[in-house]
Design a binder for this molecule. Structure first.
Ligand SMILES: [Zn+2]
Length: 349
């Protein structure tokens, strides 16, 4: 039996060799028995592509760092989120809460602890207050003349306006800052911002970020900006970020409420301006851990408060302090405020 099998295999080998030697030159046998063109002959005939596209600098080196970076994009974010999670949290994922934002991750932190002093000025009304203005309205109203004196001072002192995206890049991966950076912000989105602040900003070569309430704009309220004005200002380089839809107190609110007020506001801005916003100004400067957690969920990158200060860190990006400008502040007061030290953080805040 074994001898018979041996004969068979020898015969098979002989048949194979005869068949293979009969194949035309320049061709080789494929496993299936079909004859394929010999690859080497085809490719060596055209050496030009190899010199144009050398085999050694393949795209693999450039693609591999990105690939390794993506699995752990946000060490800082992960730390913050786990730290702020409490057992009492009652968030339940709901289909309506799913943000339609493109989940573009925050620029990956490189592990360095950075702190930058960048005053974030906070304005509200930019007009002469009305005759019957109460103390609050007076405090929130900067006149055009005062504002112009501020801009003239800032320009003379060599300040350059940047935006919150630039600040975050600086904290995240060390994007260089100008020698005297400043961020100018306006809260609430009043009509006088367009009438009075916008022309002066253009004249003095500064940009500003406007935290707007989208409901009064949608409703066509005369006190607030129109969408046409918002679009015109955005086209001229001004930034627009959410201040919620209706300026509510965001503390102790349900997930659905935050979805409506914050995500709804953000998506309205995105629909109007074609860019999903990343920063919130907390209405009246109040918030709780739940709000910050929610901002992470909808891919926000930071938020500004009304607490006084100008020093910022990566860890503190959802509690950025600002420099409040009050009615009657002249350029000298502004100059003094730029050098004030921050107030101490109250216990439990
Ligand atoms: Zn406000």
């Amino acid at each position: 039996m074994a001898g018979f099998l041996g004969v068979l295999s020898v015969l098979g080998l002989v048949v194979f060799l005869l068949w293979a030697s009969g194949s035309p030159p320049g061709h080789t046998l494929a496993a299936s028995g079909t004859v394929l063109p010999k690859a080497s002959a085809t490719y060596t005939a055209t050496p030009t592509p190899t010199s144009t596209f050398p085999a050694t600098p393949t795209p693999t080196p450039t693609s591999s760092p990105t690939a390794t970076a993506t699995p752990s994009p946000l060490p800082g974010l992960t730390r913050t989120r786990t730290a702020s999670l409490t057992p009492s949290r009652t968030f339940t994922p709901s289909p309506t809460a799913t943000p339609t934002a493109t989940p573009t991750p925050l620029p990956t932190p490189d592990g360095s602890d950075r702190a930058h002093r960048v005053p974030i000025l906070m304005y509200h009304y930019l007009s002469e207050p009305p005759e019957d203005a109460d103390v609050y309205r007076l405090g929130l109203s900067t006149t055009p003349a005062e504002f112009e004196s501020h801009l003239a001072f800032l320009r003379a002192e060599g300040y350059t306006s940047i935006d919150l995206y630039h600040l975050l890049d600086a904290l995240t991966w060390g994007r260089p800052l100008p020698s005297r950076p400043i961020i100018i912000t306006f809260d609430d989105g009043y009509r006088d911002n367009y009438d009075n602040a916008f022309p002066l900003l253009l004249e003095y070569g500064f940009t500003a970020t406007f935290f707007v309430l989208t409901e009064p704009i949608d409703a066509g309220s005369e006190r607030y900006l129109t969408w046409r004005q918002v679009e015109q200002m955005a086209a001229a380089g001004m930034g627009f970020e959410p201040h919620t839809k209706n300026h509510p107190d965001l503390r102790q609110k349900s997930k659905a409420f935050l979805v409506w007020e914050i995500l709804g506001c953000a998506q309205t801005l995105e629909a109007r301006l074609g860019r999903y916003p990343r920063f919130l100004a907390y209405p009246s400067g109040v918030y709780d851990d739940r709000v910050i957690e929610f901002l992470h969920e909808i891919h926000f990158w930071g938020a500004v408060t009304t607490r006084f200060g100008a020093d910022h860190t990566w860890e503190g990006r959802f509690e950025l302090r600002r420099v409040r400008i009050s009615g009657g502040d002249d350029a000298a007061v502004l100059a003094a405020k730029l050098h004030w030290e921050p107030e101490p953080v109250p216990e439990g805040s």
